[in-house]
Design a protein around this ligand. Structure first.
Ligand SMILES: Cc1ncc(COP(=O)(O)O)c(C=O)c1O
Length: 437
């Protein structure tokens, strides 16, 4: 039953009042790495989307897509059901026959980083292209643009890199390198919503950008993601691949947008075969629901404040770590001069013989949550050692091994206040220096 407008308004106001009573404060002696930060707006929007009774991709998805695109400064955004799906669609769109000679083919090489998240790399492997692994720098946890340039060969078709923990890689130079070598650049911006390089949002430099809205990220839709591009042709392929590979571009619920639904003649199909059931790409179904998008639409309005707070928290931790002499123990994170990260976390690499696992266990016992820099050196993961994966290493992966053995990160997300951050600093100081200082 769909409620009438007046009933719905009244109900939503009651829900708003109820949601306002929820408190999300974090005690001073707890420091989660991340979490959802929301208020009654998300609850009201999600309820409204449920009451609407539409549920699949609808008006909230359209609004949310417009908002993300405008925030990043790109014309096209497509919502998907996770950041991993965003990466899958982004990569597969570059394998489309519509791109002719520029399409990525099986056996082509794709430059990426060895230290990062698996689903940046997995689409390359699944498709049958060859990942070329580059080492990262300690402190930025990104590959250097000059290494990427040196790693390019005749077989290279794309560069697919993440802005590690929200810290932008040298994306301006890399776009230039990509153009000079006629290769694609995909920015995995899953951890970097709000990050900037030379005053422009990351995600707007490459041919395609991907985002994740899992709760640990700058905004959340529970599960969710988005794929952005400036290129209308890529946008068409991206939407088609997301939506089963269909040729028809009608939004859910629309019919005959092309005005010739029963007149197409494509492939070996008979003339007039219903355009809704014509598939021109090898596609998936990775759509976001309107309920998720409704949450995202409330979240994105808070994004500028979230980004500001993440930066503030990061700077507080960095200054306090230096003041307490913790830079003797850890490599502290830093960004390139032109980069202004929307930090996902505060990464630390142990410089001396301190046992990382023992330190993390102690921190967790003290209520300070920690995470590793995702997969460490990906080629050491069991899914690599247990499968015959074709890959190439450029030069060395020494720092990626160090990341695997010595790096971890702690939280800077917007719900953390000075007391929580100070508790992190004091506890880490006590654990690494003992009671001597
Ligand atoms: C760099 C990077 N890419 C992709 C993803 C995948 O996002 P999701 O968890 O939404 O699938 C993540 C996850 O956090 C990530 O850190």
């Amino acid at each position: 039953m769909i409620l009438l407008d007046e009933d719905r308004k009244e109900l939503l106001e009651k829900i708003r009042d109820y949601a306002k009573t929820h408190k999300h404060e974090i005690p001073a002696n707890k420091v989660p790495v991340s979490g959802k930060v929301f208020d009654e707006e998300e609850i009201v929007n999600a309820t409204d989307a449920i009451l609407e009774g539409w549920w699949t991709e609808g008006k909230y998805c359209a609004e949310f897509e417009r908002s993300i695109a405008s925030y990043i400064g790109l014309p096209f955004a497509t919502t998907v059901n996770s950041g991993s799906s965003a990466n899958l669609v982004a990569f597969y769109s570059l394998t489309s026959h519509k791109l002719g000679e520029k399409r990525i083919k099986k056996g082509d090489e794709v430059i990426t980083a060895a230290a990062g998240f698996p689903t940046t790399i997995n689409p390359i492997i699944l498709f049958g292209a060859v990942p070329v692994f580059l080492d990262v720098e300690l402190g930025t946890y990104n590959v250097s643009a000059s290494d990427v340039e040196a790693a390019i060969t005749k077989k290279t078709k794309a560069i697919f890199l993440a802005h590690t923990l929200g810290n932008p890689f040298g994306v301006e130079k890399l776009r230039k390198v990509a153009d000079e070598n006629d290769v694609w650049l995909i920015e995995d911006s899953c951890d970097a919503l709000g990050s900037e390089y030379n005053g422009k949002k990351t995600g707007s430099f490459g041919h395609i950008a991907t985002y994740s809205f899992y709760p640990a990220h700058q905004i959340t839709t529970a599960e969710g993601g988005a794929v952005l591009t400036k290129n209308p042709m890529l946008n068409k392929i991206i939407r088609s691949m997301r939506d089963w590979g269909r040729d028809c571009w009608c939004h859910t619920g629309q019919e005959n947008t092309c005005q010739k639904r029963f007149s197409w003649k494509l492939g070996g199909l008979p003339k007039g075969y219903d355009h809704k059931y014509i598939y021109s790409e090898i596609g998936f179904n990775l759509k976001m629901t309107d309920i998720q998008a409704a949450i995202g639409f409330a979240q994105i309005k808070k994004l500028p404040k979230f980004v500001e707070k993440r930066r503030e928290n990061f700077n507080y931790l960095k200054n306090r770590f230096i003041e307490e002499g913790l830079d003797q123990i850890f490599v502290l994170p830093h960004a390139e001069a032109k980069a202004n990260p929307s930090w996902f976390g505060f990464p630390l690499t142990i410089k001396n013989g301190i046992n990382r696992e023992k330190l993390l266990e102690d921190l967790n016992k003290h209520g300070i949550s920690t995470r590793l820099l995702f997969a460490g050196n990906i080629i050491k993961q069991p899914y690599f050692t247990n499968n015959k994966i074709d890959y190439r290493i450029f030069d060395r992966l020494e720092n990626s091994d160090t990341v695997m053995e010595k790096t971890f990160w702690i939280g800077v997300y917007p719900a953390l206040e000075k007391e929580n951050l100070e508790y992190s600093v004091k506890t880490i100081k006590k654990l690494v220096f003992g009671n001597d200082r």
